[in-house]
Design a protein around this ligand. Sequence first.
Ligand code: PEP
Ligand code: MN
Length: 338
Amino acid sequence: MIVVMKRGASAKQLAEVIAKIEADGYAAHLADGDDNTLVGIVGEGRGAFQQAEYEALPGVARVARVTVPYQLASRQMHPRDSIIPLNGKPMGGDNVLVIAGPCSVESRENLLEIAHAIKEAGATALRGGAYKPRTSPYSFQGHGEQALKWLAEAREQTGLPIVTEIMDANLVPLVCDYADVLQVGARNMQNFTLLTAVGQSQHPVLLKRGMSSTIEDLLMAAEYVLAQGNAQVMVCERGIRTFEKHTRNTFDLNAIAVLKALTHLPVIADPSHALGLREYVPQVSLGAVAAGADGLIVEVHSAPDEAWSDGRQSLTFEQFAAMMASVKQVAQAIGRDA
Ligand code: PEP
Ligand code: MN
C-alpha cells in the first residue's frame, strides 16, 4: 500500500503517518512523487490492514494499493529514477555510463593494460572477475583475492571504480574491502542468501537477470536486496536462453523498455553475454541505449582470442573505442550524454 500525502502536508503530519505504519508492524518507505510525498507501507504488519484509519490521518490525500509484488523496486512506490553515483557520474540520470573490462582478471599487467585502454576510450568503470562462475569445474575459476588486489591497483592508477562478481555470501566483507560495485551474476540471481548478504552491505549491487528468469523474477530478486535497506541496486539484462543457437543467448531488448517502465532502478545492458560473438556487440549496445538503458557492461580484452574466458565475445581496444563514439551519438540523439 502507498499513502499519498496531500500537497503541502507538514513534517509533523508525515511523522504521524510513519509512526502509525511502524506501530502497525510495517516498515515505511519514503519517496517523492511529482507533487506529493509518497509513503510506502512494506511488510506483513500485525493483523488486517486498516485502510480507513490511514485515510483519516491529517495530511493524507489517499491510500493506494501497490499492484505488483516487487514493492520497493516498483515505480508505483518510487516514481522517480533512482540515481547511483559511479565515479562522480550519476547512473540513472541523464548520462549513459559504460562499464568495461575483461571477463576474468588474468594477470596484473594484463588488467592494467586493459584498464588504461578503456579509460582512454571513455569508460566510467572497470569490470573484471576475481571469482568466476564457470560451467566446468576444470575451467579457470579466477585468481580470488589476488585479483581483487590487482583491481584495486588498477583503480588507483586510473581512478575507475571496480565492478566485480561475488558468488559467496561469506565473502561480502572481503570483496567490499576492494570493490566499488558488487556484481551478482545470472547464475546467482536467485541465491537468496547471497542477495540478503549484499543487501546488508551498503555497496551498490549490479544484479544480472538469470538466464531463464522473467522480468518479474529479476525485480523480485532486486527486492531482496532493497528489503535489507540497500537502495543501490542496478538491474541488468544479459540475454536469456531461447531456442536460438546462433548466438550464446538472446538479448531481450523488450526487457530494457519494460524494466524502465516498471522500476525506478537503473537498467544496464550486457550485450557481451547476450551475444557471445564480439562482432555484434556494438550494434546491440546501440539498440540498448536507444531503448533507454542507463548503462552498458561490455567485455574488452587486449588479445580477445587469447582470453582465459569469454574471449569470443570480448571486444578489441579498437572495437571498443569505435563503439564508444557511436554510443555517444545515440545517447545524444535521445537527449542523453555518454
Ligand atoms: C560475467 O559477467 O563475466 C558473467 C559471468 O556474467 P553472467 O552472470 O551474466 O553470465
Ligand atoms: Mn564473462
